[in-house]
Design a protein around this ligand. Structure first.
Ligand code: PEP
Ligand code: MG
Length: 594
């Protein structure tokens, strides 16, 4: 197959990092290691245990030299991924499992490792949450490295071959250790057979702003070294050996996109204020500390939502109070943003962590999740709250409770928080006594009593992802009903309106942090509804700011009045689209498709 040269062959994958790259293929070929499985005699067991333990030591050594050799400052900031792999390699539970398996099954070290890793991986595969599922891949990288060491096979480094000029790395998969060795002077993009948006490779590509397309199936079987490829990180397309005309077309698009990115970075720094002086705070949603670079670059004023689930998901054991503290302290001390809103654990539903036991539920979206679980598992909740409080002594943090469905939960959560404060006070540990406390408004029952709840908390944050799911009775991960997912449904708009009015009547602020907040089309509606903060994926910030700066608040208010009078979400959507095309012809023409 490799002998064939494809011309203009278009492959479709997932675009995970925006931009266009054109360059020569640099093919990173690494087969998986075949695992030899055999039984060993009683007197050979110690030899196998030693083989495994030495492999662990060598792997840790390799990882730390990879980390030490990082050339680029931007890349160095992502070295925490290597630390995470080193932690996996030193995880006592994992080490013991492999040694016990060698002994119990009289298995050679490679086989025992394979048994243990397969067991762990199958629990990752069952996870619905794509981010979590990807963490299983981290385990696989560690596994492959250990196997390589045990069978004495050299892993080709990513720049072992000579590439002419800047190349495009094409690989079956790239491990975080590979990504971390990326030399930006020699690489203009990544392309892989497997992977998803939340794989570390994708996260690093986005942070470094290198175009990347993953999940292409079998591109490694299609291209050869020095083939030319075009990567379109927005459309998720890869074109193999494009003709001159196609190259020219993409060069033009690349120049336009580069100019646009510069313009976005400039826009990100500007104030979020309408032409008639209405100000709104534009903040970012994050899941990882590593995302703070992007948050800073794209101009977020604060972090409106830090989804802390990853802290639990990335570890086999429950994070301790001090684990929480160290992470949150970094955020508290980050002066690039004015504040960070830490949402307490929102696990359960479609997200689960191996360290937390949750019962199998028929309807997990409405089950024992988020605040319900925290209130039941008080010690788990307290470790996180005490970690947040400790960190709050170092800078501005806010606490946000998820999935609140009624007053009792708010009171209970606050009581646990007060208990933590009293304990810390006794222990003479400093914390911010005035830390602001908010609740997610994402369950319809909560919307109906925001007038009562507003007296209990310092702010609301509307989670439209869940609010729409619960209000319209559509499972947010079920593709068959996704057509019903309508942010402009009058029920949703009325709920947002009521929440804002009740909050403002009690002098508290309201943010919106669901996906709806980062959609430029909905900006005039959200401004007209007078939300105080829009919190979104950092990349959406410049576009949203551009729209805010181009609108008049008085216009947004009258548009909202008109939209609220409509009973059809489709008509509302059409009206807003038409208006946006009229007002921002450069930004909406292609979206409107009219
Ligand atoms: C939401 O529900 O809108 C939200 C922001 O939270 P999550 O997507 O994490 O449930
Ligand atoms: Mg939610």
């Amino acid at each position: 197959m490799k002998e064939e040269t494809f011309v203009n062959k278009v492959l479709q994958g997932k675009g995970v990092s925006s931009g266009i790259a054109i360059g020569k293929v640099y093919l990173l070929e690494r087969g998986r290691i075949h695992v030899e499985k055999y039984s060993v005699r009683e007197d050979q067991i110690e030899r196998e245990v030693a083989k495994f333990q030495n492999a662990i030591k060598s792997a840790v050594k390799e990882m730390s030299s990879i980390k030490d050799a990082i050339l680029d400052d931007d890349v160095r900031r992502h070295a925490f991924i290597i630390d995470a792999h080193m932690l996996m390699l030193q995880d006592q539970y994992f080490l013991k499992e492999v040694v016990d398996t060698i002994k119990a099954k009289k298995a050679n070290a490679e086989w025992a490792l394979d048994i243990v890793v397969s067991k762990f991986s199958s629990s990752f595969e069952k996870v619905e949450d794509p981010y979590l599922r990807e963490r299983g891949r981290d385990l696989d990288y560690v596994y492959q490295r250990l196997l390589r060491i045990m069978v004495n096979k050299e892993a080709p480094g990513i720049y072992d071959k000579s590439v002419r000029g800047k190349g495009i790395i094409v690989a079956h998969d790239l491990s975080p250790a590979d990504t971390i060795q990326i030399n930006l002077d020699r690489t203009s993009g990544f392309v892989t057979d497997v992977g998803g948006r939340t794989s570390h490779t994708s996260i690093v590509a986005r942070a470094l702003e290198i175009p990347a397309v993953v999940g292409l199936g079998n591109i490694t079987a299609i291209v050869k070294d020095n083939d030319t490829v075009i990567i379109d990180g927005d459309e998720g397309k890869v074109i193999v050996n494009p003709t001159r005309d196609v190259q020219k077309e993409y060069l033009v698009r690349q120049t336009r996109l580069n100019a646009q990115r510069k313009e976005f970075l400039r826009l990100g720094k500007l104030k979020a204020e309408t032409q008639d002086g209405f100000k709104v705070r534009v903040a970012a949603n994050i899941e990882l500390l590593a995302e703070m670079d992007i948050v800073e670059r794209y101009g977020a004023e604060g972090v409106g939502l830090y989804r802390t689930e990853y802290i639990y998901l990335s570890s086999k054991t429950l994070p301790t109070e001090m684990d929480h503290y160290h992470i949150y302290r970094k955020l508290a001390e980050n002066r690039a943003v004015k504040y960070t809103t830490i949402r307490t654990l929102d696990i359960g539903g479609d997200k689960f962590a191996s360290s937390i036991e949750v019962a199998k539920e028929i309807n997990p979206a409405m089950g024992l999740r988020a605040i319900r679980l925290c209130i039941k598992e008080i010690e788990l909740f307290k470790a996180q709250l005490r970690g947040i409080l400790r960190a709050s002594a170092h800078g501005p943090l806010k606490i946000l409770f998820p999935m609140i469905s009624g007053m009792e939960e708010v009171k209970k959560a606050k009581a646990v928080l007060r208990e933590c404060m009293a304990e810390l006070e006794q222990e003479r540990v400093p914390f911010d006594e005035h830390i602001r406390i908010g609740i997610m408004v994402e369950v319809p029952s909560t919307c109906m009593i925001t007038d009562l709840l507003a007296g209990e908390v310092d702010f609301f944050s509307i989670g439209t992802n869940d609010l729409i799911q619960y209000a319209l009775a559509i499972d947010r991960v079920n593709e068959y009903v996704s057509y019903l997912y309508e942010p402009l449904h009058p029920a949703v708009l009325r709920m947002i309106k009521k929440t804002v009015e009740d909050a403002h009547a009690h002098n508290i602020e309201v943010a919106i942090c669901g996906e709806m907040a980062g959609e430029p089309l909905y900006v005039p509606i959200l401004l007209g509804l007078e939300l105080d903060e829009l919190s979104m994926n950092a990349y959406s910030i410049p576009r949203v700011k551009k729209i805010i700066r181009g609108l008049r608040h008085s216009y947004c208010k009258s548009l909202v009045t008109e939209i609220l009078a409509k009973d059809s979400p489709k008509e509302s959507e059409l009206l807003v689209r038409k208006e946006m095309v009229r007002l921002f012809p450069d930004d909406f023409e292609h979206i409107a498709g009219e």
